[in-house]
Write a protein that binds this ligand. Sequence first.
Ligand SMILES: *[C@@H]1O[C@H](CO)[C@@H](O)[C@H](O)[C@H]1NC(C)=O
Ligand SMILES: *[C@@H]1O[C@H](CO)[C@@H](O)[C@H](O)[C@H]1NC(C)=O
Ligand SMILES: *[C@@H]1O[C@H](CO)[C@@H](O)[C@H](O)[C@H]1NC(C)=O
Ligand SMILES: *[C@@H]1O[C@H](CO)[C@@H](O)[C@H](O)[C@H]1NC(C)=O
Ligand SMILES: *[C@@H]1O[C@H](CO)[C@@H](O)[C@H](O)[C@H]1NC(C)=O
Ligand SMILES: *[C@@H]1O[C@H](CO)[C@@H](O)[C@H](O)[C@H]1NC(C)=O
Length: 461
Amino acid sequence: MKLLLILPLCAVFTLTRQAPSPNPKCACQVNNSEKEFPHDKLRAVERNTTNCNKNITPQKTLEMESLLLGLERRLIQLHKDVSVLEREDDGEMYGVLSLFVIENEMIEIKQLIDKLNSTTRDNRRLTEDTSQELTHLHAEMVEMEKFDTMQVVRGRQVNKRLKSDLKVCKSALNATAAPTVPPQGVCSHGRLRNVTGPRVYTAGEYAGSYSYGAWGRDPRPQPGKESWYWRVMMTSSNKYANYVRLYSSLSALIIGVSNPGNVEISSSNPTTNTIQGPNNVLYGGALYYNCYNQDSVCRFNLTTKAVSTLKLPKGTRYNSKANFCNLDECYPFTDLDLATDESGVWVVYTTTQDFGNLVLSKVEEGQPPTLGQTWRTSVYKQGVSNTFMACGILYATRFVSVEVEEIFYSFDTTTGRERFNLGIFINKMSRNILALNYSPVDKMLHAYCDSYMVSYKLLFL
Ligand SMILES: *[C@@H]1O[C@H](CO)[C@@H](O)[C@H](O)[C@H]1NC(C)=O
Ligand SMILES: *[C@@H]1O[C@H](CO)[C@@H](O)[C@H](O)[C@H]1NC(C)=O
Ligand SMILES: *[C@@H]1O[C@H](CO)[C@@H](O)[C@H](O)[C@H]1NC(C)=O
Ligand SMILES: *[C@@H]1O[C@H](CO)[C@@H](O)[C@H](O)[C@H]1NC(C)=O
Ligand SMILES: *[C@@H]1O[C@H](CO)[C@@H](O)[C@H](O)[C@H]1NC(C)=O
Ligand SMILES: *[C@@H]1O[C@H](CO)[C@@H](O)[C@H](O)[C@H]1NC(C)=O
């Protein structure tokens, strides 16, 4: 301001002096009493604004949104389970089993709330820090505007940019992100890291009966059957079955109320198309299993009741010739192990030409189903107690003790790499695991153990 005033005064002074004297001398002293424009401060503000932009991103709110979404789903599930149990309360089982389901639900909800609590705390801290920073930046800007107007004009461009940065920064604080959509079709997670649980442990409807069997959840359910569970029991000599039993929810399975009931393949056992052995899976509304007295995979369409057959290569061992085993004994009629993962259906078996080592083939859907790509491994099938697939990787277990089973082996179909030292342990509720299958829907591992249905949560890298 002073500079601008001094210059015109000096000009007037010079003009007035020029008239009387032909040799005027005019000296103008310009005193700049103002401080230098604080460019370094401006740069600091700019830097801090950029940092502010980096810290508050929509991703920060995403985490919170997904937690809330998870919580919401859990609460709906809890509500459903409670009402199912209330409707179906007609026996002594109600008390104990309902408590078990609800307890499991509550544990998950508690975990979600804890995570939400810590995320909220972190976000609040971040919000407070940012608000403080914004207040500080604002004060700095006000301070800077007091400087020489010439400098402000020159710095206007910079300020404009700073202001818009601030605006972005502020609105990012308010940002509400779209809810997360879980990735579909592709497998987004890495290798298996650990197994926790059991999360579900139930004797189900026929407590103590039918030691051999399988159970689980259809990874590609038909519309309206998303929460359905299925169970196949070897009802004849621990070897054969002729029907699939369906339950409308997990709690229905636990309290033993089979609402859709049985879907029969044939009326008796054993006969053509009888289910032979426990390692079956339900996928896309069809049961895939080893069919009676054949080296074949059968597919039973639960809607049409049609059975189609996929013959395995010549030399495939069947009829209890190459079973899964624990230390002391082998599990009868476990020659073929059907499995599901993110990419569909697989079959694990062995052949004479592979000297009893595990062979893995993709089962291609289609009418009829066909055998897809095949991989050969170097692990002996009878040294393995069961197998399952997850994310294109074959995992094999071995018996360690009555309480513990170990996932010790993996075969990656993408790289062909084998590993023999995974060292992931499963806490067992009873001695033998007769069926093991992965559900990509909820990343649970379903095990059928001496008539008990048990499930574990799989943790991936
Ligand atoms: C300018 O500053 C000098 C030295 O600080 C001082 O002697 C002089 O009086 C000042 N002139 C005006 C116009 O303020
Ligand atoms: C920029 O941030 C740093 C560290 O948070 C702080 O020390 C500094 O005072 C801030 N500067 C300005 C101009 O806001
Ligand atoms: C959230 O965490 C704080 C600090 O750990 C704790 O005091 C508070 O009880 C927690 N709130 C809930 C609802 O868990
Ligand atoms: C942020 O939200 C607050 C309160 O809802 C509102 O007053 C403010 O205008 C919002 N700011 C922006 C930049 O959207
Ligand atoms: C795996 O999970 C079990 C049980 O939850 C736990 O005791 C163990 O420390 C975990 N191991 C690893 C490597 O995370
Ligand atoms: C079962 O049959 C129905 C009717 O033909 C068909 O739409 C469906 O794709 C079949 N399911 C399987 C898994 O083949």
